[in-house]
Write a new protein. Structure first.
Length: 317
């Protein structure tokens, strides 16, 4: 099932090219807003799934193209983002040590919204194409073998970044948690519709040009291992988001006026715009292109460097 919020945060289910309003079926879930309504629906899914299926079967819906799509999971308690979690098309000899960081839930925006680049001294702004996992039930100290049973569903996710902010070594919070830096959607796809989340193609277009194109089978640490590791550190709750990382090789600058589209196989296409009042500008190159040009200019300068070009390497180049 594909769940979404639309217009004034009515809960809907996608039915072909239409969206069926199922708000009446979930009105008895205690909530004060769309965030805890979705979290409550996820937590009590087994009770509400038959109601939603019946409502969709009898409802004609309205064309999804005629509504405003909202973020499908607008109120997670936490967003955990896996760091350096891809093998970068074989350019890494081994997975990086498993690692993650928190991103502010307040950074969430949805399909058709705008990522706003703030007035801060970043060396570049980027957005990482990712697939996100949404947790379905309380999850603490789970094993890898059982981890996927805690997954409710999947959705597209962008990890926005303001790179190179001073001071050195004090970057992740201010780089990652800016307002609007977490576009998600356009809808949340339940896990039963995704036979194998480790074999999904992820593509990102900037103004119609394909920039990132990789498969989830390139993860250094698979989804089950990520959930097991995260749940050993803190409890995950229904509606919490786990972003599974990106292949950095196609990262490219986001600039004023850009239209970004992200499509993970089976999860629909998320589209949003970029606004920068300062109209900052960078060469339209991917991380891989910058890396290759640097090697050509100075052979052997970074013999052990992968194409992520993060931290001090990004600044030097």
């Amino acid at each position: 099932m594909k769940l979404l919020y639309f217009d004034d945060f009515k809960l809907g289910v996608l039915k072909g090219d239409a969206v069926v309003d199922v708000s009446a079926e979930v009105k008895d879930i205690p909530h004060t807003g769309p965030g805890d309504l979705m979290n409550g629906l996820i937590e009590h899914w087994s009770s509400y799934k038959p109601r939603l299926e019946a409502a969709v079967a009898r409802g004609a819906g309205v064309p999804v193209a005629s509504v405003r799509i909202r973020p499908p999971v607008p109120g997670p308690r936490t967003i955990d983002c896996m760091a350096v979690n891809y093998m970068e098309d074989g350019t890494r000899s081994a997975p990086a040590p498993i690692n993650a960081f928190h991103k502010s839930p307040g950074a969430i925006i949805g399909h058709g919204d705008t990522m706003v680049l703030p007035d801060v001294p970043a060396t570049i702004f980027e957005g990482e194409a990712e697939m996100a996992v949404v947790i379905g039930r309380k999850c603490s100290h789970v094993s890898e073998a059982e981890a996927l049973s805690y997954v409710f569903g999947y959705m597209n996710f962008i990890d926005g970044s303001a790179r190179g902010l001073p001071p050195p070594g004090n970057v992740f919070f201010q780089m990652k948690s800016r307002d609007t830096f977490a576009p998600i959607g356009p809808y949340l796809v339940t896990a039963d519709e995704i036979p194998d989340p480790q074999k999904l193609q992820i593509r990102l277009w900037n103004n119609g040009e394909l920039m990132q194109n990789f498969n989830t089978d390139d993860m250094g640490h698979n989804i089950a291992k990520c959930i097991a590791w995260l749940s050993s550190i803190h409890t995950l709750l229904p509606g919490d988001i786990v972003a599974t990382g990106t292949n950095h090789r196609g990262l490219n600058p986001f600039m004023d006026g850009d239209t970004i589209e992200l499509e993970t196989e089976g999860l629909g296409r998320l589209r949003f715009g970029i606004k920068d009042d300062l109209k900052r500008n960078w060469a339209r190159k991917t991380r891989l292109q910058v890396h290759e040009e640097a090697r050509e200019k100075t052979p052997g300068l970074y013999p052990d460097m992968t194409p992520q070009l993060t931290g001090k390497y990004a600044k030097q180049l």
